[in-house]
Design a protein around this ligand. Structure first.
Ligand code: NAD
Ligand code: USQ
Length: 391
């Protein structure tokens, strides 16, 4: 298959590009390198030393003989270049990772809120418009987030996208409907993903586009078999207060002997998936497109749920690190239970990599290897959800 990977230079996009290239697909990366520019803006680096996109691609060719093409296009702003590329390359599939993905960055200030909304919603709408205008039969696979649902399951396992409801009509008769699960975003970033979901529903209804939306949990880990082949292929490892995600931050903090920064009580339950499973899920989603006239296919891309404090305890037992409860900079429930259905991927053959000590050790080793690149001043989370700090 020929596959355009929008956002293919990023944390999820780069290992996915390599994995799909190894599996014989023809890969075209489209990325405006905005994530690298945000590192410069925040004066922070990936813990791992990431090479330029051209060096990455050349090394992959040298090691495997497989070519990956790269186009630097801002898909939120340059619709015509995106459309020209689609018309020229005629891909079978477009995978869409190209959005600003950090909730804390999206809540930093008005500038980052506006940027996140403009960038994410325009990226998605431009891709959808371009598929329609090209008149090609392209399957769009988008990376959504578990956060579209909110995290409160209210004794109900969160279904994969849709929920059956029964309501009374004007004649007081019960009618049944199958609707998108009500959205409940917790940040401006998560809000853009709920808007994406509406765009998909509309283009699917109006233009019959074939779309798969993957509501992914928090990705942990950094390496895959392909990124492990050479240091030039290494994946990014975000650890700073805006982009670092919770488990990777705890593993990095333990390597630095820095207390594990648990927000509030640590009672927040979240869904998780290892990066190795994330790339496998993309492969499965691409191989199993919706049929013509199917509605948007929605999968929950996660393998397990954990409370933040329990994760801190696991890392602490493994490494001897201390746990420090911090005032929570976010406006979120301090405690929640979360149950999530994920049978779609399991039925397609996903064999989940669960949080094992061996794997945590492997990631700790990477964190230890590069810990000298860490700037401890960048660890605290300084983006507040509201002007009033929580205590
Ligand atoms: P990332 O920031 O590392 O990668 C995103 C890539 O998209 C970057 O390389 C960036 O330069 C590019 N990009 C952004 N806007 C663009 C634009 N307008 N034009 C072209 N390129 C653009 O993020 P990631 O962690 O790889 O996440 C990828 C996707 O997966 C996101 O949509 C995110 O919402 C979703 N996701 C990520 C996680 C996670 O834990 N990392 C979890 C769930 C869902
Ligand atoms: N947290 C801590 N300590 C920290 C960092 C985070 O206690 O040092 C807590 C947060 O308060 C939150 C939880 O850990 O309760 C998760 O935070 P996170 O930064 O790991 O994840 P989140 O902001 O939800 O975002 C990440 C990705 C995003 C993706 C989302 C999936 O950055 O792109 O969409 O995970 S999900 O969480 O399922 O919505």
């Amino acid at each position: 298959m020929k596959i355009i990977i929008a956002g293919g230079d990023g944390f999820c996009g780069w290992p996915t590009s390599l994995h799909l290239s190894k599996n014989g697909h023809e890969i075209i990366i489209v990325d405006n390198l905005s994530r690298r520019k945000i590192d410069l803006e925040l004066e922070v680096n990936s813990l791992t030393p990431i090479s330029s996109i051209n060096k990455r691609i050349s090394k992959w060719f040298q090691l495997t003989g497989k070519k990956i093409k790269f186009f630097n296009i801002d898909i939120a702003k340059n619709y015509q270049r995106l459309l020209n590329l689609i018309n020229q390359e005629k891909p079978d599939t477009i995978v869409h990772f190209a959005e600003q993905r950090a909730a804390p960055y999206s809540m930093k200030n008005s500038k980052t809120k506006i940027y996140t909304v403009n960038n994410n919603i325009n990226s998605t709408n431009n891709i959808l418009c371009a598929i329609v205008e090209s008149q090609l039969d392209i399957h769009l696979v988008h990376l959504g987030t578990m956060g579209v649902y909110g995290y409160s399951s209210a004794d109900l396992s969160i279904p994969e996208g849709y929920i059956d409801i029964e309501i009374k009509n004007d004649n007081n008769e019960n009618i049944k409907k199958n609707i998108l699960y009500p959205s409940d975003p917790g940040s401006i970033y998560h809000l853009t993903k709920t808007q994406d979901a509406l765009l998909f529903a509309y283009y699917n209804k109006n233009d019959k586009l074939k779309i798969t939306d993957l509501h992914q949990g928090i990705v942990w880990g950094t390496s895959t078999d392909e990124t492990n082949l050479d240091e030039v292929l290494i994946n990014r490892f975000d650890y700073d207060g805006d982009y670092g995600t919770v488990l990777n931050r705890f593993l990095m903090q333990s390597a630095l002997n820095y207390p594990l920064t648990v927000h509030g009580t640590g009672g927040q339950t979240r869904a998780f998936i290892n990066i190795k499973d994330s790339v496998r899920c993309l492969d499965l989603a691409i191989k199993n497109p919706p049929k013509k006239n199917d509605k948007v296919k929605i999968f929950n891309q996660m393998t397990e749920t954990h409370k933040v404090l329990d994760l801190a305890k696991i890392v602490s037992e493994l490494t001897g690190s201390k746990i420090q409860h911090m005032p929570n900079p976010r406006n979120e429930d301090q405690e929640n239970e979360l149950r999530v259905k994920n049978k779609n991927f399991i039925e397609l053959g996903l064999n989940p990599t669960t949080l094992k000590k061996g794997l945590l050790n492997e990631i700790s080793e990477i964190a230890k290897k590069y810990i000298k690149r860490c700037d401890p001043e960048k660890i605290p989370c300084n983006s507040y959800w509201t002007s009033k700090k929580n205590v």
